[in-house]
Design a protein. Structure first.
Length: 177
């Protein structure tokens, strides 16, 4: 969870992590699909997101402590309450979920999720050049999302690639009308 002001931090109760906004059933894991798991089983229209959320909850553990940290521009962080805990930038993963998973099945699921979120993740301001380049290549698979969000990207490394995705989005939109 994140917030912008001290007031927001004090008002917010730490919510459980969810893979997608309520009503968004668009996350489909190619890995889970290959294993024959449907993304909608008739009862749950977001089966793949539910599996992902269970994996993340299991990794976090039953009694995971929640603390607020102020993230500095260099990626390091200071504990908001005590100010005596300083954490290096490499303590937190660069992306919202760590990509370090020992289980190959979990790694594949997390990878599918980060690939799906690539257009949104490009809005993060402090991505490394390598990560931004990788996300730009993945994001173009969702041309219409890129076209909607590209103005919010603090940096673009491959202008030609993202421009071609935006042109594709315009063509798709025009063909639907």
């Amino acid at each position: 969870m994140s917030c912008r002001t001290e007031k927001e931090r004090q008002q917010g109760e730490i919510a459980k992590w969810i893979a997608a906004e309520p009503g968004d059933f668009s996350f489909v894991s190619p890995h889970l699909s290959e294993q024959g798991l449907p993304c909608d089983d008739g009862y749950n229209p977001r089966v793949h997101a539910s599996v992902l959320e269970a994996v993340v909850r299991e990794r976090a553990g039953q009694h995971h402590p929640a603390s607020w940290f102020y993230r500095h521009p260099d990626g390091s962080a200071t504990h908001c309450e005590t100010h005596d805990i300083q954490l290096d930038a490499d303590f937190f993963p660069e992306l919202p979920l760590t990509e370090s998973w020992e289980d190959d099945q979990e790694y594949a699921l997390i990878n599918d999720y980060l690939n799906w979120k690539a257009p949104q993740l490009l809005m993060l301001p402090y991505l490394s050049k390598t990560t931004r380049d990788r996300l730009e290549k993945l994001a173009v698979n969702q041309a219409e999302v890129v076209d909607r969000l590209w103005r919010l990207y603090p940096e673009i490394h491959n202008h030609g690639l993202l421009k071609s995705a935006r042109v594709e989005a315009k063509i798709r939109t025009a063909n639907r009308n």
